[in-house]
Design a protein around this ligand. Structure first.
Ligand code: LMR
Length: 397
């Protein structure tokens, strides 16, 4: 049965962590997988999470199955956090939420739902997160790429993007990142979001939002502009949500798929299909991460603590962006990296070829995704000069 299987290379992004660990050089730098790291290069468990976890251990008396939609209170709390307490889609009962196996699980489940209702293809701005295509292809969909990021201008190429969006029709589904575009960090402005939603209303294409970095751009409410407006203006919508980064729950695999439907009745029908699709795959999500998130979001004291910790992570990444840009300027590299300060979240793209990315790795022990994506969390006072020197060596930047 297995004799014709050729071994595959490790996942290009996740494989970076192992390659980095195996590198014996003292001055190596990990700018690979999207994980928050503090100044000491650690990814500590958030205090709000640790406290919530202790509470869960205290009240949990059984390991019996959780309900198929996930930990009690989780879906409701996440939808209220993202859409806002008073959102009309929630008040009108038009939302269905299921807990998923991380943000990946939410993208996959959303893709499977789209496939079940007859979609063939999802349209996305290029480039997009490296795992979007595998997840959506595994759901039986194709991906069509349209222009999004202008590598020359280091910004969204809005004319090219809108030009392609204007050609979408009722059969199409458009994947949008909200917020903190992965891999570029270049987000649509509010005006640009409004323009996309105007087109969606007028042309009837479906919108699928991937929200994996909620709270990492400007703040929890500010970052929710796209999902809130989309859920207010569009009759139907899917949102995949990840708690990996903003709650630091990476290994707990905690996410949600939020479906907005035309009526409460349609929302129930959608939910029944999501649960059916999940049952045919993994039955139900793991409980622990969902219980932690529900515990935090239903406790005013833990919510306050978590919001403070999230703000601190966001500010730390902003500071790393400033540090890199400032150091590059001090090292007479001009303002070639200044765009990095204008971008959001963990990632920006360095203007490097695949060969230059490999040279950064081989000559300097600096690890990043093959497209030049860097995780700004890996930049700190101790390594920023080495990073700039390596960039100058490899790219003359
Ligand atoms: C990333 O983009 O680095 C993260 O979302 C981790 C992953 O699963 O790819």
């Amino acid at each position: 049965m297995f004799s014709d299987l050729d071994a595959l290379a490790p996942d290009a992004l996740l494989g970076l962590t192992k390659l980095f660990a195996e590198d014996k050089r003292a001055k190596k730098i990990d700018l690979g997988v999207g994980v928050f790291r503090d100044k000491e290069n650690r990814t500590p468990i958030l205090r709000a999470v640790k406290t919530a976890e202790e509470r869960v251990f205290g009240w949990e008396t059984s390991k019996v199955y959780t309900p198929p939609e996930g930990a009690s209170g989780f879906g409701d709390a996440v939808a209220r956090l993202l859409l806002g307490e008073a959102h009309p889609a929630l008040a009108d009962g038009r939302c269905a939420v299921v807990q998923t196996i991380g943000g990946c699980g939410a993208v996959r489940l959303g893709g499977e739902l789209l496939k079940r209702v007859g979609a063939e293809c999802v349209t996305s701005g290029a480039p997009t997160w490296a795992n979007h295509q595998p997840l959506l292809m595994a759901a039986g969909l194709r991906m069509k790429m349209i222009p999004y990021y202008d590598a020359e201008k280091r910004a969204v190429q809005i004319d090219g993007f809108m030009g392609a969006v204007e050609k979408l029709g009722p059969e199409d589904a458009l994947l949008l990142h909200g917020p903190c575009h992965n891999p570029s960090g270049a987000d649509l402005s509010r005006e640009q979001i409004d323009a996309v939603l105007d087109r969606a209303c007028a042309q009837g294409f479906f919108v699928f939002i991937d929200a994996a970095y909620h709270g990492f751009a400007e703040g929890l409410d500010e970052d929710a502009y796209l999902p809130r407006e989309a859920a207010r203006r569009l009759p139907e919508l899917l949102i995949s949500y990840s708690c990996s980064k903003n709650f630091g729950l990476y290994r707990e695999r905690t996410g949600a798929l939020i479906a907005v439907a035309k009526t409460p009745d349609r929302a129930s029908a959608v939910k029944s299909h999501l649960l059916n699709l999940a049952r045919g795959n993994y039955s139900m999500p793991p409980a622990h991460g969902g219980e932690i998130v529900a515990e935090i979001l239903t406790s005013p004291e833990l919510t306050t603590l978590w919001r403070e910790e999230l703000s601190a992570m966001r500010e730390a990444i902003r500071e790393n962006r400033r540090l890199l840009v400032r150091t590059a300027a001090e090292m007479q590299m001009g303002d070639a990296l200044s765009y990095i300060e204008r971008q959001n979240g963990m990632f920006s793209l360095l203007p490097l070829s695949v060969e230059q990315v490999m040279a950064m790795r081989e000559r300097h022990g600096i690890y990043m995704a093959g497209n030049g994506r860097i995780n700004l969390c890996g930049v700190n006072e101790g390594n920023v000069a080495h990073l700039c020197e390596a960039l100058r060596d490899v790219a003359g930047k």
